[in-house]
Design a protein around this ligand. Structure first.
Ligand code: CUK
Ligand code: CUA
Length: 769
């Protein structure tokens, strides 16, 4: 029954895997013919040439985009715009076992709000960790607006490691933004609310509702936020919005704008005008400038107070110590972006056609001279706009967010109402170019655009609407990320990418070679705590333990393993009512040999990457038969990677039945299999000969494949010994089955060897003497 597979293998080896050299036959048409047939222009071809990435090619930049209401992070490449990964953050993501395995459930449990599991998030602003203002590619932070949370993602494995809940806020839009060396991750409240969890009537809005800006201390050594070293600067109940951290000369400061400084509290149902009227009646709102370095010192000196167990710097203390200032900003402001040199801040008002450029130096002079035009109702000094303004530029309707170019003084601002991107000079306040996009752009992003040295090159417009850009898929449209070439004087639209997840509020792009993700975990690794798992299990040490307490409540702990193509154990028997924990360690060392684990009726789905230990715990509350299996097509015998959880009724007594195989094998079957194995070994030896006669050690990929193949051949030897032992006992049934297992390992080794050989052929390996 194995003949076709064996033949195929032998033929493939015989032909030296010549497939790589084959020419695709569909490419018969000339470029002109294809252009005509598909109605493409020269401009289209140029755009295609700038984005098309041939098979095996890599992208220059990697993008981390907010998944909006999906609560995830989306990873894709630039310029190809190829999707690479969705990272489960605030939302369960079964492909990754996220929110299903015990380890990631523990992370999600950190994000509980008032004792409730929150299994979605409204993600807005991802931020990459920085060192001296440069993206360092180590960590990614992202906020949840709906529930005031921040998540930490480790870019070593692209997994969510931590969630922290803001102890004071009831929403949190302005985050995550990092300071120059990721000392802090900044988040700001949005909708003012009482810090208390108790009911406070809206009539006490001015007195008891509050906003604020939180500085989450990031512990780089641990790779985690340290809530005990974090603090919040109290702010009036203005709707604090986006923020940015100072850099260079403005390092140590942060800036947060706000809307609805009218402190309007709505109430259409009480006969009052609606929020949108009351919150936009004044011509200006307030930019908040915060000296966070001084604030941190005041907290360290014990000048803060504890509210809900968290450190808070009260407004009076902040004002008395020159920590908090307000500056008017025109109308319903949204984005605030610090220029790469840290000298200016660009603010856009949604209801103003200008972008306003504030000078950090002027702000500092006003503070030094104590030159304020007034105080707000909370006693916070207000610096006059003209004392802080460097320049203003008329950009168009609905300016929102600004990003920077590698060229000095050049910025790009999104125009929400106009559906355009404006390229302009913020030093001189001059518009240089405008480009229409589709439709209603929110954020925009240039390559490494938040760092002190943006690369420019490409810009992505993150659009709110897709409308007519793509094949229709029902009333809920995909999102539209548009790639724009900004390397020339004029912007050129290159590509539309539909994204079938939530609203793309913001994205960040990093030079791909700064990321150094691993390909496997250390064996027996809990990837969420980044420590060896207490449940790690080595080959041959698999076991199942059942313990019961005095009340007769029983726990079953299964310490199992997975490796192509079996799950150990293959049979788990428990009693109705038992709490069952299954811990599986993936013994593979080979790249990409992930195994899954799904089970009937128990909401179980694990993703066990090479080296990982993942666990699932459930109560087997109903008797029955529950098949389980591997969910990743990991080898030719993946479908056979299976087992049974047998939940017996309480007090079940075995009837003493004997397990009997339905197929019987003879001495001839055994000998036939051994003959095949000897032939297969010859094939393997040939491949090994090829590999070892070349400089394979110069190719880490091949070295890893060879290591894995060596493992498989080691297992083959073990199975071979078992087969021989059974044959000596003349137990032809088990002798045949072990001989077959021996062959299975050989096939896996041969498969890896062929992959290694092909890699060497395609990558110019040379013969060694
Ligand atoms: S926000 Cu969505 S367009 Cu959350 Cu940064 Cu401005
Ligand atoms: Cu492991 Cu399929």
């Amino acid at each position: 029954m194995h003949i076709p597979m064996k033949r195929a293998l032998a033929m493939a080896v015989g032909a030296g895997i010549g497939l790589a050299a084959a020419v695709p036959t569909w490419a018969a048409g000339s470029l002109e013919e294809v252009m005509e047939e598909r109605g493409l222009t020269q401009k289209d071809l140029l755009a295609a040439a700038k984005t098309y990435t041939p098979t095996g090619g890599r992208d220059e930049y990697m993008v981390f985009a907010s998944g909006g209401q999906s609560g995830q992070v989306i990873v894709y490449g630039i310029p190809s715009m190829r999707l690479l990964k969705y990272i489960g953050v605030f939302t369960p993501e079964p492909w990754q076992g996220y929110g299903f395995d015990d380890e990631s459930k523990a992370v999600m449990a950190q994000g509980r709000v008032r004792g409730k599991d929150i299994t979605y998030g409204d993600t807005h602003h991802p931020a990459i960790s920085e060192t001296k203002g440069e993206y360092d590619g180590q960590y990614l932070f992202i906020n949840d607006k709906a529930n005031p949370r921040v998540a930490v993602i480790d870019l070593h494995d692209f997994e969510t490691k931590q969630m922290v809940v803001n102890p004071l806020f009831k929403s949190q839009h302005g985050g995550a933004f990092v300071t120059e060396n990721t000392e802090y991750v900044i988040t700001a409240a949005q909708y003012a609310a009482p810090y208390s969890q108790d009911f406070v009537p809206l009539e006490k809005f001015n007195e008891e509702y509050r906003g604020g800006i939180t500085y989450w201390k990031f512990d780089r050594d641990k790779g985690r936020i340290d809530p005990s070293a974090s603090f919040t600067v109290e702010a009036p109940p203005y709707s604090q919005d986006l923020s940015d951290a100072g850099k260079g000369p403005s390092h140590g400061w942060s800036f947060t704008n706000s809307f609805c400084t009218e402190r309007y509290i709505g109430g259409i149902e009480r006969g009052r005008p609606p929020f949108e009227a009351g919150c936009s009646s004044k011509d200006t709102d307030f930019l908040h400038a915060v000296n966070w370095q001084k604030a941190a010192q005041l907290i360290a000196d014990g000048k803060g107070k504890k509210v809900n167990g968290a450190d808070l710097l009260p407004i009076e203390v902040a004002v008395a110590n020159d920590v908090l200032f307000l500056i008017p900003e025109p109308k319903s402001p949204h984005g605030v972006d610090v220029t790469p040199d840290g000298k200016y801040l660009v603010v856009s008002g949604k209801l103003d056609s200008h972008a306003s450029v504030y000078s950090f130096e002027k702000i500092q002079n006003a503070i030094k001279n104590q030159k304020f035009e007034a105080k707000d109702p909370y006693g916070i000094p207000i610096i006059a706009m003209e004392d802080a303004l460097h320049t203003q530029a008329e950009l168009g309707l609905g300016p929102l967010h600004t990003q920077f170019d590698s060229e000095k003084c050049i910025a790009y601002t999104s125009l929400y109402v106009d559906s355009m991107v404006a390229k302009w000079n913020y030093c001189e306040g001059k518009v240089l170019d405008k480009l229409s996009i589709h439709y209603n752009i929110g954020h925009l992003m240039t390559m490494e655009g938040d760092s002190v040295t943006p690369d420019g090159k490409y810009l992505v417009a993150l659009n709110k609407l897709a409308i007519d850009r793509f094949n229709p898929v029902g009333p809920l449209h995909p999102q539209n990320h548009q790639l724009i070439d900004i390397s020339g004087a004029q912007m050129q639209l290159l590509y539309d990418m539909p994204l079938p997840l939530g609203e793309p509020h913001y994205a960040v792009a990093i030079k791909a070679d700064k990321l150094k993700p691993g390909v496997r975990y250390k064996s027996g690794w809990d990837s969420r705590t980044d420590q060896a798992s207490p449940y790690r299990t080595r080959a041959g040490r698999e076991k199942t333990e059942r313990t019961c307490d005095a009340d007769g409540n029983c726990r079953v702990e299964v310490y199992g393993t997975t490796i192509r193509s079996h799950i150990t154990p293959e049979i788990i028997q428990v009693q109705e009512g038992d709490t069952v924990s299954i811990h599986l360690t993936n013994l593979e060392r080979a790249q990409d040999e992930t195994h899954g684990f799904a089970m009937y009726g128990q909401n179980v789905q694990l993703s066990i990457e090479p080296g990982k230990t993942a666990s699932t715990t459930f109560v087997a509350d109903q008797q029955g038969v529950f098949p389980y299996y591997c969910t990743e097509f990991c080898s030719a015998l993946h479908l056979e990677m299976q087992g049974y959880l047998l939940v017996t009724p309480k007090g079940y007594e075995s009837e003493g039945l004997v397990l009997e195989d339905a197929t019987k094998y003879s001495k001839e079957d055994y000998e036939g299999q051994v003959g095949t194995n000897i032939d297969t070994q010859a094939v393997i030896d040939m491949v090994v000969g090829y590999i070892t006669s070349h400089n394979y050690k110069d190719f880490p990929t091949v070295v890893a494949l060879v290591e894995d193949a060596t493992d498989q051949l080691g297992f083959a030897e073990e199975a071979k010994a078992k087969a021989k032992a059974k044959a000596d006992e003349k137990d032809w049934q088990d002798a045949m089955l072990w001989a077959n297992q021996w062959w299975q390992y050989q096939v896996k080794a041969a498969d890896l060897g062929l992959r290694a050989k092909t890699f060497l052929e395609e990558n110019g390996a040379v013969k060694v003497k």
